[in-house]
Design a protein around this ligand. Structure first.
Ligand code: UGA
Length: 387
């Protein structure tokens, strides 16, 4: 900002003045039926076509279905019929940023995907990314617009599928007495598979995977393909949460009047984002079952106060555990691994710990007298019965 290369404005005329590349980053919130609300994108395209004073590349950065580029083209052409002006090129340049590491992901991307419909637009985008590409030797993929849109959809849906796959494997592991973390390690060493996104537990949350899996399934059905795999990915993901709830009921008999400490509120570590967070799903169900819910999180308690003011918030883990009948690790915050097992044993009325993220070394907790259950645990008596 000091060098005058970055500035902010809430005036669109000002924002587009003298600009050749405009990235559209507006929200695309999910509607009831899972389809994304694209009205904000359309509004930006209409405004840009009305305002632009020079040749412009209008770049989709928001995650959008794979025919948005065509719709944007139609929108701009419709405006052009009554408002003549310079050429506007449509492009898709999906982002692959993770919350909490977005700046690093921007400067060190695995790949840059440029979907354009003209050589001029491709050249403008190449120039934008030249410093990052040159410095980091980042591969650039040039495609048409719908292909770029689909790369984003397919990437997120595939990562979500990996998580649900390992969660399904985790259920099998418990039934046969295997260790899912070691299974994932063993699979991950195969270079064709890799270890990333094979951590079993409470499943995926956040503003991207749940919405994008729904959006991709919706797009598939719109074009006449039943993408049943994605239905199962969603079902497994919700099943993991339900399963923790079932475990609590199983262990505590009923939840009425019981105190449950939820350790972690955010959908993942490194953020205070509660959108689609498994912890928030659990709090709602526990509350309706009559439990008293306490919640600890190192950064998200302000968001919790805003979204669920009725929740009993604790800034200290030991304090959250005081007199509790059960504790659930809902977010894999690294600081939880530093809490000594004895704290769980001493502070809780009933030291039952469900490790919903497979974060801890269970043997240490069992040695301290804590009833430790991994997030993928299957009832022992049933397992014994099966054996
Ligand atoms: C995700 C993608 O990773 C980004 O590449 C993408 O750009 C972004 O969505 C987006 O579409 O904007 P993000 O939502 O920030 O990024 O979160 P992730 O780090 O991918 O984690 C998503 C969820 O999966 C979290 O709840 C996490 O706890 C869970 N997860 C992740 C697992 O349950 N197991 C794993 O092995 C990995």
């Amino acid at each position: 900002m000091d060098a005058g290369r970055l500035r902010f404005t809430d005036n669109l005329d000002d924002a587009l003045d003298g600009v050749t590349v405009a990235f559209v980053c507006v929200g695309t919130p999910a509607r009831e039926d899972g389809s994304p609300n694209l009205s904000y994108i359309q509004a930006v395209a209409e405004a840009a076509a009305t305002i632009a004073t020079g040749e412009l590349v209008l770049v989709e950065k928001s995650t959008v279905p794979a025919d948005t580029g065509r719709r944007l083209r139609e929108t701009v052409d419709r405006i052009r019929r009554t408002t003549p002006g310079p050429d506007i090129h449509i492009a898709s340049n999906p982002e692959f940023l993770r919350e909490g590491t977005a700046v690093d992901d921007t400067l060190n991307p695995d790949r840059i995907v440029l979907g354009t419909d003209t050589d001029w637009a491709a050249a403008q985008l190449d120039a934008v990314y030249a410093p990052v590409v040159t410095a980091q030797h980042v591969p650039v993929i040039h495609t048409d617009v719908p292909t770029a849109e689909l790369i984003k959809h397919a990437s997120n849906a595939f990562l979500a599928t990996r998580i649900s796959f390992i969660n399904a494997v985790a259920q099998i592991c418990e039934r046969v007495g295997a260790d899912v973390e070691q299974v994932a390690d063993g699979m991950g060493l195969d270079q064709r598979i890799g270890r990333a996104f094979l951590s079993a537990g409470l499943g995926y949350g956040g503003s991207c995977f749940p919405k994008d899996v729904d959006g991709f399934a919706h797009l598939a059905s719109q074009v006449g393909y039943r993408f049943g795999l994605l239905d199962e990915v969603r079902a497994i993901n919700i099943g993991q949460r339900q399963w923790v709830l079932d475990q609590l009921t199983d262990q505590l008999w009923h939840l009425e009047g019981k105190t449950v400490a939820l350790l972690g509120a955010a959908f993942k570590p490194g953020t205070d984002d509660l959108r689609e967070a498994p912890a928030m799903w659990l709090t709602d169900r526990l509350r309706h079952a009559g439990a008293h819910v306490r919640i600890w999180d190192p950064v998200a308690l302000d968001q919790v106060a805003h979204q669920a003011p009725w929740l009993d918030r604790r800034t200290d883990v030991a304090d959250a555990l005081d007199g509790a009948d059960a504790a659930v690790i809902a977010t894999d915050w690294p600081e939880l691994a530093d809490v000594r097992p004895q704290i769980f044993a001493d502070r809780m009325t009933n030291p039952l710990l469900i490790d919903g993220r497979n974060l801890l070394d269970g043997t240490r907790y069992a040695a301290a007298g804590v009833t430790y259950q991994e997030g993928d645990i299957y009832p022992r008596d049933l397992q014994a019965a099966l054996v």
